[in-house]
Design a protein around this ligand. Structure first.
Ligand SMILES: C[S@@+](CC[C@H](N)C(=O)[O-])C[C@H]1O[C@@H](n2cnc3c(N)ncnc32)[C@H](O)[C@@H]1O
Length: 300
């Protein structure tokens, strides 16, 4: 079977390898397989005596990786990273040397017009990582009241014009319900005034982010993962998390500070340098934080 090579370019790869410091024979979890870039680099480091356990919610990412990473010491499973405990139990593994989470969306998902992640796509506005469970974003736009929708767009997108956007969606939907990403992006652009900011990022960005977070329950998964994953690290094991916006970075920072079993290793988040950003603009907003599992829990 063949699969196209992944479009996704892993961000902060050198930095991830520096902080996780994978060694031959280790067992490491990549909780967000995506295009497999981080998984591949980690697998090369742990070698055939080690193992990478790579998870993703997206069946398409798993299917491509089965082909692209064939022959490497990688065990691939469809799972939410917050359910790592169940995956490890199935593999009869108690603890691992490190866990990497590179949260959010891959370039391969963005490029697939059938999934609605790209603002210009004419496919259904779905936005789920796993389209076999939950509800697509277009249905959420169809059933929610204006206030509930506005709260969602504000809460998960920090969009100042959330009320205006939600009202317009609800007013328009009896005659022209939103079914595609292109339709939603056009509506949002009509509601958000042009500002200096909008020259840099599309005005639809925050609304799409909010809907994606909602349909995938992303912040709930992250909160659960931050609570549970330290239990599955060996003493001295490392948890590395790459986030792309403040709603993700804040809970990571707080969990690393407040969990008595963890010691933050990165005082400030590690960010990409100019060369990486020039090569991969997606790296612009990436923030990497790393913590170490400590042997004796800190006293409160
Ligand atoms: C930014 S991409 C990862 C890219 C990957 N590090 C690489 O080098 O190609 C994020 C991936 O995480 C997956 N994902 C997002 N939330 C997840 C979760 N809670 N559990 C498992 N996978 C998740 C997405 O489906 C997506 O494929």
């Amino acid at each position: 079977m063949s699969a196209s090579p992944p479009l996704h370019v892993p961000v902060l790869l050198d930095e991830v390898l520096h902080w996780i410091d994978p060694r031959p024979g280790q067992t490491i979890v990549d909780g967000t397989l995506g295009g497999g870039g981080h998984t591949r680099a980690l697998a090369e480091r742990v070698g055939s005596a080690g193992r990478i356990i790579a998870l993703d919610r997206d069946p398409a990412a798993l299917a491509a990786a089965e082909v692209n990473l064939a022959g490497m010491p990688v065990a691939i499973a469809q799972a939410d990273f917050c359910d790592l405990g169940e995956v490890l139990a199935e593999l009869a593994i108690d603890q691992v040397d490190a866990v990497l989470l590179d949260i959010g969306l891959s370039s391969d998902q963005l490029a697939d017009p059938a999934r609605g992640f790209s603002f210009e796509s004419d496919g259904p506005l779905d936005l789920r990582f796993d389209a076999t469970t939950g509800e697509p974003a277009w249905r959420l736009l169809e059933r929610m009241g204006a206030d509930e929708l506005a709260d969602l767009i504000y809460g998960f997108g920090e969009e100042r014009f959330s009320r205006r956007i939600a009202r317009r969606i609800v007013e328009c939907r009896p005659a022209t319900p939103i079914r595609t990403a292109r339709e939603l992006a056009a509506l949002v652009r009509r509601c958000v005034p042009r500002s200096r900011d909008s020259e840099r990022i599309d005005p639809a960005t925050r609304t799409f982010q909010a809907l994606r977070i909602a349909v995938n329950h992303e912040l709930q998964s992250l909160a659960r993962a931050l609570e549970r994953i330290p239990n599955f690290l060996i003493p001295g094991g490392r948890l590395a998390v790459i986030s792309f916006h403040s709603l993700e970075d804040r809970p990571v920072k707080e969990a690393f500070r407040d969990n008595a079993c963890l010691r933050p290793l990165t005082k400030k988040p590690v960010i990409a340098g100019a060369t990486e950003i020039a090569r991969n603009p997606r790296a612009r907003s990436a923030k990497l934080r790393v913590a170490e599992k400590i042997i004796a829990p800190r006293q409160a």
